[in-house]
Design a protein around this ligand. Structure first.
Ligand SMILES: Cc1cc2nc3c(=O)[nH]c(=O)nc-3n(C[C@H](O)[C@H](O)[C@H](O)COP(=O)(O)OP(=O)(O)OC[C@H]3O[C@@H](n4cnc5c(N)ncnc54)[C@H](O)[C@@H]3O)c2cc1C
Length: 318
């Protein structure tokens, strides 16, 4: 069945619903013959990890698709790193697991501390006892690198990201979805027909909003700060180290590259003061206050960022 769907949550199966405003748009466009427009089987909106995975998997199965992205270039900020054991199995099916593991830092365990005392040690190697698990470890790779690997795979399959292509509106017709795109780099418009349109357009999804799907959940009260740094300390570079303290949590996650680590700290919202901006000096203080680490020096910071975390999911997928 042709239709529009949204990839902002776990999989679920619902019948296609056409909200009233889309019906209105369809009527508004009566008399506008869209039958001659360029067509594709699937229009993938958004070239983040979700959209790129979908486009690669469609092409692998011989299903024609176009993948559009409103930005004019890949995002330089590393954002997420963590790749789970199960995701490595998916990457194997996609044919990119060797490439990912060659460039990633392998993660064999997780440690939880209070000050200098280790409370919990999780050894991912124990997963190897279950012979159905082919990758008994995780991996750490900046999102920028994972997205580049997906993009190269997509190009090898004969498709490519259409940069500077923003979805601004869409509506359902009997046998297709009609989508209006804007190309901000030259101010031009484009209208295309697709058998399916899939919203992989992130937290502020125009697809979700146009379909009127609720995005239920909560926003954490506080900010997460992160920085990628060099750290000359003795902690195993094959494991994650996490501290719980009265000041808040501090995570240190190994990254590719000798002594390279992602530091992430949660700073709860306090009405009396603003959450400070991520900086090398601030993380040096967090290491001292939260991990009682007084000798390691954080150097060469990149990917400094403050952001809020939402725990939300759409209530229906199509
Ligand atoms: C600063 C920061 C740090 C983060 N750190 C972590 C972390 O440490 N750990 C973690 O697990 N996660 C982290 N995340 C979250 C992680 O990056 C996201 O979960 C992930 O990117 C979601 O992938 P996605 O493909 O669903 O959406 P996105 O990566 O958001 O991709 C959606 C894409 O759609 C495009 N788009 C949007 N609207 C349109 C439109 N109308 N037309 C065309 N294109 C459109 C956007 O430009 C974007 O490229 C972080 C996020 C940020 C912002």
């Amino acid at each position: 069945m042709p239709g529009c769907s949204n990839a902002n949550s776990a999989d679920s199966h619902h019948l296609l619903a056409i909200p009233h405003d889309i019906e209105k748009k369809k009527r508004r466009n009566d008399g506008f013959d869209t039958g001659y427009l360029p067509t594709t089987d699937v229009l993938v909106v958004g070239a983040g990890p979700t959209g790129l995975t979908l486009a690669c998997e469609l092409m692998r199965r011989g299903i024609r698709c176009r993948i559009i992205e409103q930005s004019d270039a890949p995002m330089p900020l590393a954002r997420t790193l963590g790749i789970q054991s199960r995701t490595l199995e998916v990457f194997e099916r996609m044919g990119i697991v060797a490439q990912v593991l060659r460039q990633a830092a392998r993660v064999d365990g997780n440690n939880f501390y209070a000050g200098t005392k280790r409370l919990v040690h999780m050894d991912f190697g124990l997963l190897a006892k279950d012979h159905s698990i082919p990758y008994p470890y995780g991996a750490s790779l900046p999102q920028t690198t994972t997205e580049r690997i997906f993009t190269e795979l997509l190009q090898a399959s004969g498709a490519d990201i259409e940069w500077s292509s923003e979805l601004v509106d869409f509506w359902q017709e009997d046998d297709a979805v009609v989508a209006l795109l804007k190309h901000p780099h030259d101010g031009s418009d484009e209208t295309i027909r697709a058998r399916f349109l899939v919203g992989c357009d992130g937290a502020h999804s125009i697809v979700r909003k146009t379909l009127g799907f609720p995005f239920e959940g909560t926003t954490y009260e506080g900010e997460t700060l992160h920085a990628d740094v060099e750290l000359d300390w003795k902690k195993s570079h094959h494991e994650i180290h996490r501290w719980w303290s009265g000041f808040g949590q501090l995570d240190t996650v190994p990254m590719p590259g000798e002594q390279r680590w992602r530091l992430a700290a949660f700073v709860p919202a306090a009405s009396s003061q603003e959450v400070p901006r991520a900086s090398r000096e601030l993380f040096q203080r967090f290491l001292h206050e939260r991990a009682r680490e007084n000798t390691a020096i954080a150097r060469n910071p990149t990917s400094l960022a403050n952001f809020t975390i939402n725990r939300r999911a759409v209530t229906q997928m199509r």
